[in-house]
Design a protein around this ligand. Sequence first.
Ligand SMILES: Cc1cc2nc3c(=O)[nH]c(=O)nc-3n(C[C@H](O)[C@H](O)[C@H](O)COP(=O)(O)OP(=O)(O)OC[C@H]3O[C@@H](n4cnc5c(N)ncnc54)[C@H](O)[C@@H]3O)c2cc1C
Length: 379
Amino acid sequence: MKRTLYTSEHEAFRSSFRSFLDREAAPHIDQWEAAGTPDRTFITSAAANGYLGFEFDPAVGGLGIEDFRYNAVMTEEVVASGMAGDTFTMQNDIIVPYLRELATAEQQERWLPRFTAGDLVTALGMTEPGAGSDLAAIRTSGVRDGDELVINGSKTFITSGATCDLAIVLVRTGERDGRGTTFVAVEAGTPGFDRGRPMRKIGRKAQDTAELFFQDCRVPLSNIIGDPGRGFGHAVVNLPRERLSLAVAGVASAAHALSLTLTHVKERVAFGAPLAALQSIRMNVAEMHTDIQIIQSYIDRCITELNSGTLSADDAAGAKYKATDLQWDVLDRCLQLFGGYGYMEEYPIARMWRDARIQRIYGGANEVMKDLVGRAVVA
Ligand SMILES: Cc1cc2nc3c(=O)[nH]c(=O)nc-3n(C[C@H](O)[C@H](O)[C@H](O)COP(=O)(O)OP(=O)(O)OC[C@H]3O[C@@H](n4cnc5c(N)ncnc54)[C@H](O)[C@@H]3O)c2cc1C
């Protein structure tokens, strides 16, 4: 089924981004996995080619392009390249709305030129050791003292946590219920702000994930992002975009895995014929193919709705759980069809499989997404 989401401009963008990844990412993925993070020169090179913060105004180094289809093209190509690609997701899909919609003119002047130049790797710190799905339970505190906010507490599992130059952190500034949380930006090097070593993960090894520690960490009130006391409100507005981004990656990963698997089952001979000659394998492939097309259509519709400002929180939550459940189901079935080869590191399906597992947990666990959809449906 032909997708109708993209225009020829998006396809031209896809082809230049694919060449960029072939040239500057593919040869280094193993090395980045060993290092636990992509090379910083890759990030500056991506920025120099216009791939970071393109939604921002040209005055601060962006391209002024607000069209999530470009973000989706990038995600699809990153998935096909075999890299984890969390830097693009974090910078372009997750952080941009915080800095574009919520940052003051002074903050934008301070940070956006560095962001678009690839000199400002950012992180978003919400999860804490005692508060993941239940974000209302966060305890990291931000207490006002004159014209500063004094931060105490810790965050965990933070993408780019070990390497970021700027962490946007959700802190408690009031009571648990009501207007109790605030986003604040903490720059690397601020006294009292420390990071743990990159955490050892089962997948997404080319992306660092770390704990953040705050001990009497003082930041100027001018680092507050958005309205003080309205942190949750801001997160609620931005989370649908984050969840859609994960959904785009989920269905792209399933589609790419199936395409690798089709090549394999057509070439691999068993019982005197290619695996694809077995009816049970064709039925398996048919189920995956049809499920991918159905969910792809839903995701494409969500992208259109995000662009027009009409994507609801529950539809985005539905997209997230459905696409990432599909991703896991398809990747596991595809790995199975590769047999023992699928378990070998040199086969892309192996890395895709282990990189995929977290998708059903982060960005809101899939059970939490279902609860969100269920509440909207019965309301
Ligand atoms: C690699 C990685 C990167 C991450 N990046 C970031 C980041 O950049 N920034 C950030 O802030 N966080 C990040 N996270 C954290 C992630 O968002 C949380 O792990 C996730 O929200 C789940 O929280 P938790 O781990 O505390 O699990 P818990 O909240 O303890 O939940 C455990 C499990 O319980 C079940 N569960 C929870 N609530 C419900 C419910 N209401 N109904 C039914 N079942 C439920 C789910 O199965 C869930 O997986 C990252 C995590 C990982 C592993």
